[in-house]
Design a protein around this ligand. Structure first.
Ligand code: MG
Ligand code: ZN
Length: 224
């Protein structure tokens, strides 16, 4: 499996770490310490393909860039579409192409961190590979994990993917403007989320208009 890191003219092959979850978790703890020591808040953005992870990352950049220095690390199998979209909002973005890999891991993030000037940053947004299953098992070293679902994925995304909600600090329900058209009741989704994770913040957003982005930034403590 080949993993490639690109951005701003750089292209780098990432040598995979062999080992198990435990090794990944240990590396993630190291990443987190490096972020923390640099004064950076890192956010791992999880969600299915098409949930709106890139749009939300771009919206957070657009909202925060006047007061915070942001960079993003975007995970995707083969394209640089996400990196270009987030970069267009005004952040430095590195793209990790995982080829057949269905999640980011801590080693990939460490490689990306080595390419960023961490002392010039306040926030690093990490867009994980679109997938509601295995990314939950791989810590990256982020301070917050948020999971994005959208009403266009239908009414059963939460009850069918309970594990992804276990280890996140914020849940986003995106494309909220389409709820009526999709005949999906956001209140039912919120109830399903709170059955799995009582009391967890659930933010309703429309990433295309910016609705809910200020609230999301506050929930992730990015605007302090
Ligand atoms: Mg994306
Ligand atoms: Zn995976």
């Amino acid at each position: 499996m080949k993993t490639i890191l690109t951005g701003d003219g750089r292209t780098l092959s990432i040598t995979p770490q062999t080992g198990f979850f435990k090794q990944n978790t240990a590396l993630a703890m190291e990443n987190k310490k490096i972020f923390t020591d640099a004064g950076i808040i890192a956010v791992d953005i999880l969600g299915s393909v098409g949930a709106g992870k890139t749009t939300l990352a771009g919206a957070l950049v657009a909202y925060l860039k006047g007061q915070k220095r942001l960079a993003a690390i975007a995970g995707d199998l083969t394209t640089e579409i996400d990196a270009q979209r987030i970069r267009a909002q005004g952040a430095e973005v590195l793209q990790i192409n995982t080829d057949k890999g269905c999640h980011l891991d801590a080693n990939m993030i460490k490689n990306a961190m080595d390419c960023l000037n961490l002392s010039n940053l306040d926030i690093v947004l990490i867009e994980n590979v679109g997938n509601l299953i295995c990314p939950s098992g791989y810590q990256l070293g982020a301070h917050h994990r948020m999971v994005v679902i959208s009403v266009t994925e239908g009414p059963y995304q939460v009850v069918k993917h309970p594990h992804i909600f276990q280890d996140v600090s914020v849940v986003v329900i995106n494309k909220i403007d389409l709820a009526d058209v999709m005949e999906v009741d956001p209140q039912k989704l919120i109830a399903d989320i709170h059955t799995i994770r009582p009391g967890i913040p659930v933010i309703l957003t429309n990433g295309r208009t910016g609705q809910g982005i200020a609230e999301l930034a506050t929930a992730l403590k990015l605007d302090k």
